[in-house]
Design a protein around this ligand. Structure first.
Ligand code: ZN
Length: 314
């Protein structure tokens, strides 16, 4: 880690989608989280966020993961109504820009993590996007696109640790024939999506799962995956819809449980010198600002691990 500050990646387009009033997607949480990080950590020093460019990701990179006809019809706004319903967003120019920028942001997080050890993207985790269709608010699978990007940058093995409450179905199917990308999903067994194709490591947990059981299962499976595969990079989907008050999750995980998950994951990877690119993932509350302290666990954990490492290096 040569840099003095943790690379953070954000773009205003993440919260710039016009959605109907009662839409379940917490579109404002990205902006609220960005503002909260600025006021907590950068009130004196400006805000060293990197903005991915809207053209940050080329259609060539996306075409390595998604069907070119799907990508084209999304871009042109000619996606059939049924496919748009499955995604859950009305089509707009802003949606395409947000999707491209956000995909580019996760690729940027991968680049910066490989360089600095940790990077955090304040979006990403669109794990329900499949080869030729999107679903569950996911349009392009940034996790897989960024993992492939890491392989092109020289990583030989990438582990995607998906701790969102929902199963990473799109990630699993898109990497079926990709031995260099290892997938791991710890999720609620009775939750979206109904069909859960096999990841390399799947840990389905029951509705109502509490901190202790969740943390034991999470640590065990991540330890195992790290030991077997010794990845050159971890992409961590730090979804907070595992939280007890989440409106789309059925787990009973407390704030301190989430903090422990994030601290442990970052500590474990740092101790093994494995870079981690983090994305914020899911988290659903009708009061979007209530998600901020929960997503903040990831940022606080990263700062703790980062400053400890800096001290050790001195
Ligand atoms: Zn989710």
């Amino acid at each position: 880690m040569h840099q003095t500050k943790i690379p953070l990646i954000y773009h205003p387009s993440y919260s710039s989608l016009a959605l109907p009033e009662d839409h379940r997607y917490p579109i404002n949480k990205y902006r609220f989280l960005y503002q909260a990080i600025k006021s907590k950590y950068f009130h004196l020093e400006g805000h060293p966020f990197t903005e991915p460019k809207s053209k940050a990701v080329s259609s060539d990179i996306i075409a390595k993961t998604h069907c070119p006809a799907y990508v084209e019809s999304l871009m042109k706004g000619t996606l059939p109504a049924a496919k748009l319903r499955r995604i859950g967003f009305p089509w707009s120019e802003a949606l395409t820009q947000r999707t491209l920028t956000s995909t580019g942001g996760t690729c940027l997080a991968v680049e910066q993590a490989l360089e600095c050890g940790i990077a955090i993207h304040l979006s990403g985790g669109y794990h329900h996007a499949h080869y030729d269709y999107g679903s569950g608010f996911c349009v392009f699978n940034d996790l897989v696109i960024a993992a492939k990007h890491a392989l092109e940058l020289g990583a030989e093995k990438v582990l995607i640790v998906d701790s969102d409450v929902h199963h990473g179905d799109g990630t699993a199917t898109l990497t079926e024939n990709e031995p260099a990308i290892v997938t791991l999903s710890v999720h609620c067994d009775k939750n979206f999506p109904a069909r859960k194709p096999a990841s390399d490591f799947d840990v389905p947990l029951l509705k109502g799962t509490e901190d202790e059981e969740f943390l034991i299962s999470f640590k065990q499976v991540v330890d195992l995956a790290l030991r077997i595969h010794q990845p050159d990079l971890v992409i961590f989907d730090a979804g907070v819809d595992i939280h007890e008050q989440d409106e789309l999750g059925f787990f009973n995980i407390t704030l301190s449980g989430i903090l422990e998950r994030d601290q442990w994951l970052l500590d474990t990877c740092m101790n093994q010198d494995i870079p981690v690119a983090c994305v914020v993932g899911g988290g659903y509350r009708s009061q979007h600002e209530q998600l901020v302290p929960i997503h903040m666990c990831l940022i606080d954990s990263a700062y703790q691990v980062w400053s400890r490492r800096k001290k050790e290096q001195k």
